[in-house]
Design a protein around this ligand. Structure first.
Ligand code: ADP
Length: 285
C-alpha cells in the first residue's frame, strides 16, 4: 500500500485578500512499511499536507493516489479512506468524550458500521496495541487518566479503525519526558510489531533521529529535502536556513571534532555518540 502525492497545491481562501498558498506543487511517494518523519518550521505546510492524505482537505490542484485510487475524485467515500489511513491530530485527547475508555475507543469502529462482536474485538485489540490493559482500564473514565494515558486512549481510538497507515501530528506535544518516551515507544511498536506505515509530524530532531527511516523537510509549502536521517542531519546549514536544527548531540560531536577529537561526524543519536566515543577511546589507547 502506498500513497502517491502528485503536484499537490493547496490555497486557503482563494481569490480573497487572505489568499494563502500553503502547499506548492508537492510530489512524493510514501511506501508501505516506512517510518516517515515530516519536519518543518511552523507554517511550512505540514498539517495542510497530512489533512489531504485522509481526505479532510481537498487539493486546489494535484492528486493523491492511495493504492491506485485517486482519493481526490468525486464519489470516493471518506469512510473508505479512513479505514486505510488513520490521522491522530495534535492534542487528540481533547476529542475524548465518552463515559468510559472502552466506549470511546469503540466510537470509530462503530461509525464504520461493524458488528458488535467486531467492535468489541477491535477495541480490545487497539488497547493492547497501545499498551493499555483491557480489564484495568475499560470501565474507567478517560478523564481520570494522566496526560500520557489519555493520549494513548485517543490513539487507540484511531488504531481501532485498523488503518495500514497511521499519521500522527506532534503526538508528544505537551507531555512530560516520561509520557513522551512512552508514546514514542508505543508508536515504534505499532510500526515494528504491527507493521503500520507511520507518518510522524515532529519538532523533535532527537525523536526523528531515533525513530524515522526517512525524513521529509518542508519549507514554505514545498518539500525541500527528502532522505534517510543521516543524509538530512548532515545538511545542518540547510536545516538552519529554514529555522530547524540537527539533533543536539550532533552539535556536541561537531564541537568535539573542532577541538581535535577524531570521532565520526555522522552522529545523530545519544546511542551513536556513545559508540563513537567508545571507539575513539579504543583507538587512542
Ligand atoms: P504547519 O503544520 O507546518 O505549521 P500549516 O499547514 O498549519 O503549517 O500552515 C501552512 C500555512 O497555511 C500557514 O501560513 C498557515 O497560516 C496557513 N493556514 C493553515 N490553516 C489555514 C486555514 N484554515 N485558513 C487559512 N490559512 C491557513
Amino acid at each position: 500500500m502506498s500513497i502517491k502525492i502528485e503536484n499537490l497545491t493547496h490555497i486557503y481562501m482563494p481569490k480573497s485578500p487572505f489568499e494563502k498558498k500553503a502547499l506548492d506543487d508537492v510530489s512524493l511517494e510514501i511506501m508501505d512499511g516506512q517510518f516517515v518523519a515530516l519536519i518543518g518550521h511552523t507554517g511550512s505546510g505540514k498539517s495542510t499536507l497530512i489533512q489531504h492524505l485522509n481526505g479532510l482537505l481537498k487539493p486546489s490542484s494535484g492528486k493523491i493516489i492511495v493504492d491506485d485510487i485517486d482519493i481526490t475524485q468525486k464519489g470516493v467515500k471518506l469512510s473508505d479512506i479512513r479505514k486505510k489511513i488513520g490521522l491522530v491530530f495534535q492534542y487528540p485527547e481533547y476529542q475524548l468524550f465518552e463515559e468510559t475508555i472502552e466506549k470511546d475507543i469503540q466510537f470509530g469502529p462503530r461509525n464504520l458500521g461493524l458488528s458488535e462482536d467486531e467492535i468489541d474485538k477491535r477495541a480490545k485489540r487497539a488497547m493492547k496495541m497501545v499498551g493499555l490493559d483491557y480489564e484495568m482500564y475499560k470501565d474507567k473514565s478517560p478523564f481520570e487518566l494522566s496526560g500520557g494515558q489519555k493520549r494513548r486512549v485517543a490513539i487507540a481510538g484511531v488504531v481501532a479503525m485498523e488503518p495500514k497507515i497511521l499519521i500522527l501530528d506532534e503526538p508528544t506535544a505537551g507531555l512530560d519526558p516520561k509520557g513522551r518516551d512512552e508514546i514514542l515507544e508505543q508508536i515504534n511498536i505499532l510500526h515494528k510489531e504491527y507493521n503500520m506505515t507511520i507518518i510522524l509530524v515532529s519538532h523533535s530532531m532527537e525523536d526523528v533521529a531515533k525513530l524515522a527511516d526517512r525524513v521529509i523537510v518542508m519549507n514554505k509549502g514545498k518539500s525541500i529535502l527528502d532522505g534517510v536521517p543521516s543524509e538530512i542531519f548532515n545538511k545542518i546549514e540547510v536545516l538552519e536556513e529554514v529555522g530547524l536544527a540537527a539533533p543536539q548531540v550532533t552539535y556536541l560531536v561537531r564541537a568535539l571534532r573542532n577541538k581535535g577529537f577524531n570521532i565520526s561526524s555522522s552522529v545523530f543519536t545519544v546511542e551513536q555518540a556513545k559508540e563513537a566515543l567508545l571507539q575513539y577511546i579504543k583507538n587512542t589507547k
